[in-house]
Design a protein around this ligand. Structure first.
Ligand SMILES: *Cc1c(COP(=O)(O)O)cnc(C)c1O
Length: 353
């Protein structure tokens, strides 16, 4: 079965080899206060600086999921209010979870056909939450919009959920203060590891607020991170895999260029089928990593997904309210060129018979 599911997704073919290496080198029973772990942590941070262009003054923390990153943001970086600008299910969930802790977590939903106009009468929120790549509908925020947000709200922290784009898209790190993601999307790893990345401004705010009533309160996590330790026993195996696999990639600009080319290939490919259309019509907003296609006929879509499954391809279901009329194709780096060709020939055959 070849998975084109946008998370959990196809893992890199090198994963079994690196799991064996982790076992052989003792990482599977490695204590998180040990010298070996501290070195692994430090080395992983350096690897991400080198391969993902992560700025050296940004701090990498490990969590167990992206969802935990939402919660940490609400607990540790917001005292009074936040503004959540979103147009899909993940952005909405982030706002909803935050509102349970921060009653003044405001929602600014917008449509998938245009960017929201940020009206000047919005009071400066403490934190602005954005979903860089909305995995549910395939909408990706352009860098120009992120820049505009930064410019309009210089005093606010900007927090970005980049769960399905980090390690696939070259991110403009300096434009935001918090970047969160998890292992099972573009990183091509098993689930169960979250990345939580902070700018110096976010670190300063966390220390100033000094929220400390949770096991994963930021001041406590940051104190541990200074020693390259973690506040709980982390997923050491996945951290090891992250390190090894990122070391073996050519770096984010080459990876992103490859994905953009593949995306254009997919969009062009589907032009031949009259019943399938990209859900995000405007290419300026269409995701480089999660391709979402609409099919009006829900029964035909169900039949297509089943035929694909029987032929050995796992397509992504539509997400949430888009379930009945869309399907998703992950355009993640771990997917092989050969597998894309195979899926394309399945589609060709399916629609020609
Ligand atoms: C997958 C996903 C999440 C949830 O990730 P977990 O690791 O399961 O918490 C959050 N946000 C976006 C945009 C996602 O794609």
């Amino acid at each position: 079965m070849i998975s084109f599911y946008p998370g959990p997704s196809r893992v890199y073919g090198d994963v079994p080899r690196f799991v064996a290496k982790a076992y052989k080198n003792g990482y599977l029973s490695c204590n998180h206060r040990s010298e070996a772990f501290m070195q692994l942590y430090e080395d992983t941070e350096k690897t991400l600086q080198e391969k993902l262009d992560l700025p050296e003054n940004y701090t990498l923390l490990f969590t167990s999921s992206a969802t935990e990153g939402w919660e940490i943001t609400a607990q540790s970086l917001i005292k009074k209010d936040s503004l959540h600008i979103y147009n899909g299910a993940f952005g909405k969930k982030w706002q909803q979870y935050t509102s349970l802790l921060i009653p003044e977590a405001k929602a600014l939903p917008f449509d998938t056909t245009a960017l929201p106009s940020i009206v000047n009468n919005i009071n400066t929120p403490e934190l602005i939450a954005l979903t860089h790549n909305e995995t549910s509908n395939g909408f990706q925020l352009p860098d120009s919009f992120l820049k505009e947000i930064r410019a309009q709200f210089p005093k606010s922290l900007v927090a970005i959920d980049a769960t399905s784009s980090m390690a696939g898209v070259a991110l403009p790190w300096e434009i935001a203060d918090v970047w969160l993601a998890s292992s099972q999307k573009c990183f091509g790893l098993p689930a169960g590891l979250g990345l939580y990345i902070l700018s110096p401004k976010a670190v300063a705010k966390a220390n100033a607020l000094h929220a400390d009533s949770h096991y994963n309160s930021l001041p406590f996590m940051l104190e541990n991170a200074k020693k390259h330790q973690t506040h709980y026993t982390p997923n050491v195996l996945n951290i090891y895999l992250l390190n090894q696999l990122q070391q073996s990639t050519p770096g984010i600009s080459a990876v992103h260029a490859k994905l953009k080319k593949r995306k254009m290939g997919w969009l062009k490919f589907f032009e031949q089928f009259t019943t399938i259309h990209p859900y995000i019509q405007n290419k300026a907003f269409s995701s480089d990593t999660v391709l979402v296609f609409s099919m009006d006929d829900a029964a035909a879509l169900t039949a297509l997904k089943k035929a694909a499954y029987d032929a050995g391809f796992m397509l992504g279901n539509g997400y949430g309210e888009l379930k009945a009329n869309t399907f998703r194709i992950a355009n993640f780096p771990a997917i092989l060129e050969k597998e894309i060709h195979q899926l394309k020939s399945f589609f060709r055959k399916y629609f020609s018979s």
